[in-house]
Unconditional design. Structure first.
Length: 690
């Protein structure tokens, strides 16, 4: 028996981006474990990725190209050759492009976070073709916009410093389920005496293990941050020296924060005045004593109408108290912009001959149903889906499914499994998993460049995304040399080695070691140097004013709440959020039987008072509905959900639900205040016993 250990990287949409060691015996991957030497992974994997071989060798893996033989959505296919598949795709794309290439739309997101198998050869292909661009907004763009207006770039506290903090606010996230290696650091900080406070409408697994849980109403995080500012300024718990040196607009901020008394904040957020006061004092008092205070803000809170502003307001807090002075202070939303990624080299936007329209992935339901018009452009005639499962994950899924069901829409899907989206494909292509191809990764939760080496040969006839788009480029007659570059050649271009942060980047050495840390400051803004136009943390932002936004922190109420929309709330009185289930990652892993068995079935958590008012007992099947649609789940009556809130842990494949639907039946295609992002958690529903 021949045994080897291959260095790899977890590809999934998670800030941890774990370093993997894959055991291969006679060409078969037998085990995937965390690299004990990688400082953030520390030998620990989540339950999902520790079972990665179960996913790779799953009996339902797509192993051959197929074409549809039934109606769209039925999922009936027959096997064809790669030549037939590629020839068919190329012929259809040529036909559409001859009329208007913008009628062709790519649809992809973070099924892999790899820079090679994500948007490299694929982006080159669509740029050369002249297809519509895709605005990839579905996860993080609202919070990213708010953060960048304030701090300038997605740069923040290094996760390896959090164990040294004396207070950690875990705001809008459940890291036990979605950021395990940050949680390990937070637990170490707790053992060293730090206080952990969870701010979340739902008492998640994480909130249960913190010292305090503040269960505010969905969509009111921006108001809570303003209330904290009020108390910090009122009680002189701010760092006047840091403010004077490294911030812009403090006097105007003082006036705005003065409006947000603890009483107004408490009323808006649905919490007590004492919680507002104590939270601000905990944060400001420790900071004023020279202790590091840190915030881990996650993307849950930005999935509402005012989500971008909410992240902006929170991002002001560390500068207000001088928390950035310390390596273990500050805030982390994302580390993405710490990496000097060479996107232009990978994606070649210069291949795009003329300006083209952009389609927002978060409104794909409306876009697919839109007729041609001068404002919209041509009707979408062809859709190529890779690294995504939009029929399950995009908001307002009844419209998404209706759009995918169009007989005049030519749809190609690259996939590992026959997902909800794959059921609508005209041509279905088998993609390789992370164990079968080369890739390179930046991360958004730590500061290591990561390499992925293929551990095994592709199963069946599966091909990497890059190879599929190379072969399509050949058939389309694209003769630019960039379409012949190998995956290794692509990976070697991923980072700008002339940038001081990656001056030591070399793809060959990175492949051998598996990971290498950036040259980044321990405390990125200790001496200011923010990436804003002023070089300061901008409490007042001229860019926001120019973009038609309030230049100061403010509160933007939800589209759908009892306060902001009382007429709607008479019919649909319950707010609903749908955060990630622990055993799934977005819609990935839902088809892995052991993980689905652990998760059980679709559930809806609801407060005992709300359940009693509707005659609902624990374990009853319930229907959750609004004007957009409905779905069925099993009720779990629990005070983990605050009164007036229901929680449907997600995202289930529709085909694995009893009624063939999931939580996105009731979500909206309305967009956030900035970043053009979806409002998944800005939803009112009614619930009734089935």
């Amino acid at each position: 028996m021949t045994t080897s250990i291959v260095r790899a990287t977890c590809p999934h949409d998670c800030p941890d981006t774990c370093a993997l060691l894959v055991t291969v015996e006679d060409g078969v991957a037998t085990q995937v474990r965390g690299d004990p030497d990688h400082p953030t992974t520390a030998g620990v994997l989540c339950t999902k990725v520790s079972r990665y071989t179960e996913r790779t060798y799953h009996a339902d893996r797509l192993l051959h190209p197929m074409k549809r033989v039934g109606r769209k959505g039925e999922g009936r296919f027959e096997r064809i050759s790669w030549d037939e598949a590629l020839d068919t795709i190329a012929a259809r794309l040529k036909d559409v492009a001859a009329r208007d290439a913008e009628a062709i739309v790519p649809y992809s997101y973070a099924g892999t976070m790899g820079l090679v198998q994500g948007e490299s050869m694929a982006a080159r292909f669509f740029n050369k073709l002249g297809a519509s661009l895709l605005d990839r907004t579905i996860c993080a763009s609202a919070g990213a916009a708010g953060y960048k207006y304030t701090v300038g770039a997605r740069i923040g506290t290094d996760v390896e410093q959090f164990q040294n903090a004396k207070l950690i606010l875990i705001w809008g996230g459940n890291p036990i389920a979605s950021n395990l290696h940050f949680w390990m650091r937070a637990q170490e900080a707790k053992r060293r005496g730090a206080k952990l406070i969870a701010i979340d409408p739902y008492r998640s697994l994480t909130a249960e293990k913190c010292h305090q849980h503040i269960a505010l109403l969905p969509g009111t995080d921006a108001a809570l941050a303003l209330g904290m500012m009020h108390v910090l300024i009122r009680d002189n718990l701010v760092d006047e020296d840091y403010i004077a040196r490294h911030t812009l607009g403090y006097e105007a901020l003082k006036e705005r924060a003065a409006e947000w008394t603890p009483q107004r904040t408490a009323d808006t957020c649905g919490i007590s005045v004492a919680e507002v006061e104590q939270l601000a004092r905990d944060y400001g008092s420790l900071a004023s004593q020279g202790e590091p205070v840190a915030i881990r803000v996650n993307y849950g809170l930005q999935r509402v109408r005012g989500g971008g502003m909410a992240v902006r307001n929170i991002a002001c807090l560390p500068a207000l108290v001088g928390a950035w002075r310390y390596a273990a202070g500050g805030v982390q939303l994302s580390a993405s912009d710490t990496f000097p990624k060479n996107g232009a080299a990978l994606q070649r936007p210069d291949l795009l001959g003329k300006p083209v329209r952009t389609i927002n992935m978060s409104t794909i339901g409306d876009a697919l149903l839109q007729e041609a018009s001068p404002e919209f452009g041509p009707k979408i005639e062809a859709l190529i889906v890779y690294n995504s499962n939009p029929v399950a994950v995009a908001p307002e899924s009844p419209k998404v499914a209706q759009g995918f069901a169009r007989e005049d829409l030519f749809t190609v899907v690259l996939e590992h499994f026959q997902t909800d989206t794959a059921d609508y494909a005209d041509i279905l292509l088998p993609a390789t998993t992370q164990l079968e191809h080369t890739d390179i990764h930046a991360t958004y939760g730590h500061l290591y460049m990561m390499a992925n080496n293929p551990a095994i040969a592709p199963l069946g006839e599966a091909k990497p995304n890059t190879e599929v788009f190379r072969l399509l480029a050949q058939r389309m007659g694209f003769d630019d040399p960039c379409f012949r570059e190998s995956d290794d050649e692509l990976a070697a271009q991923a980072f700008n080695s002339k940038d001081a942060r990656a001056i030591h980047f070399d793809w060959d050495s990175l492949k051998r070691k598996g990971w290498q840390k950036l040259n980044a400051a321990d405390a990125p803004f200790a001496q200011g140097g923010f990436a804003t136009p002023s070089g300061k943390c901008e409490f007042y932002s001229e860019r926001m004013k120019a973009d038609g936004l309030d230049p100061l922190p403010t509160y933007i109420p939800p589209y759908e709440s009892r306060v902001s929309n009382p007429e709607l709330a008479k019919r649909y009185p319950l707010a609903m959020i749908s955060p990630p289930a622990r055993n799934f990652l977005n819609s990935t892993f839902v088809n892995v039987q052991s993980l689905r068995d652990t998760e059980g079935e679709p559930h809806l958590d609801m407060h005992p008072i709300d359940a009693a008012q509707r005659g609902i007992d624990d374990g009853n099947q319930v229907r959750i509905f609004n004007d957009r649609g409905s779905f069925v789940a099993k009720a779990r009556v629990t005070d983990k959900a605050r009164e007036g809130l229901v929680v449907g842990l997600s995202i289930w494949w529709r085909k694995f639900a009893a009624d063939g639907k999931n939580a996105n039946e009731v979500t909206s295609q309305r967009l956030t205040d900035m970043g053009n992002a979806p409002t998944f958690y800005d939803v009112l529903v009614q619930v009734q016993k089935v």
